[in-house]
Design a protein around this ligand. Structure first.
Ligand SMILES: [Zn+2]
Length: 297
């Protein structure tokens, strides 16, 4: 039942219309059986249009209700296409390009893409292990006409952790927006994403000192970045990606973009199932309102 692969023609054949997408969602949503969200009853029957009729309270539940596909107005097939592009490409499109491609307004595309990004947020169940490099950088908020020297800081400060394999290739990454470069601001990234058994390496910044109580941290000189080459490549990639998709400068949304970037990076070995994984996450996530998306909470 799982859709696999990155081939867009196979994808189009599998999802020729909205009905096929509804069927996919229904299978995912009720694969463990039906439980009525209103009365908790588990007996019912599937109706036409991939809906479920509850015998307990007579409620008819659609396959999109209670998921991030709730109230998608431009059609499920287009929504599936956007999820496909965002999960299988190595660099996702901007909402402007996505809007043009699927004939929907840029704003509509942006809202939906924010929902997809929410589903891409880490479960925090698999902290980084082994050799982990940690560093900080600033991104976004480039003022028009003042390249490279934006004093009015709409820039977001970010802390990032990379897990490197034996060949020093990047295996996985997590990043978080921070208020400042204090150990207090660094702590959530460590607690949520780095295993206490990991071997952490940072530059000589004193903000990491207090974390040594809980983590095995070695501090080495950055040596103009030469000791953190993999780190600087990733940071460069994130920054140029954010420029190409015209990411908004606001800090609260920045984290969603970082989640998207890390989600794809962390699944570069599992690209065949990444679309299915993303759709499942969207089915299991709670619906969000436009207001919650605007406020970034
Ligand atoms: Zn019911």
């Amino acid at each position: 039942m799982k859709f696999k692969g990155k081939n867009i023609l196979h994808f189009m054949e599998r999802f020729p219309n909205d009905e096929a997408c509804k069927a996919y969602l229904a299978k995912l949503k009720w694969h463990d059986g039906f439980t009525c969200p209103k009365c908790g009853h588990t007996k019912g029957c599937q109706k036409k249009g991939y809906k479920y009729h509850c015998y307990g309270c007579d409620k008819v539940e659609s396959s999109t209700a209670g998921t991030l596909f709730h109230k998608v107005k431009f059609g499920l097939r287009k929504a599936f296409c956007i999820v496909f592009e965002m999960s299988t490409s190595s660099q996702s499109l901007s909402s402007i390009q996505m809007g043009e491609r699927y004939g929907i307004r840029q704003g509509t595309a942006w809202y939906f893409m924010q929902k997809v990004r929410r589903a891409m947020e880490s479960s925090k169940k698999y902290p980084l292990e082994g050799l982990v490099h940690v560093d900080e950088f600033v991104v976004g908020g480039q003022e028009k006409g003042a390249p490279g020297r934006s004093y009015k800081t709409n820039k977001a400060k970010v802390i990032i952790a990379l897990e490197l394999n034996e060949k020093r290739k990047v295996k996985r990454a997590y990043a978080k927006v921070i208020d400042d470069y204090s150990s207090k601001s660094f702590t959530p990234l460590f607690e949520q994403h780095i295993s206490q058994s990991a071997k952490v390496v940072t530059d000589k910044w004193s903000g990491y000192n207090p974390l040594k109580k809980e983590y095995d941290i070695e501090q080495i000189p950055s040596n103009n970045g030469r000791n953190f080459k993999e780190m600087h490549i990733i940071i460069h990639k994130i920054k140029s990606w954010l420029r190409t998709i015209h990411a908004p400068v606001s800090k609260q949304h920045m984290e969603n973009y970082l989640n998207e970037y890390c989600y794809r990076l962390n699944r570069s070995q599992a690209k065949r199932t990444i679309f299915h994984n993303n759709i499942s996450r969207m089915v299991n996530a709670n619906p969000v309102s436009q207001l919650q998306i605007i406020n970034g909470n």
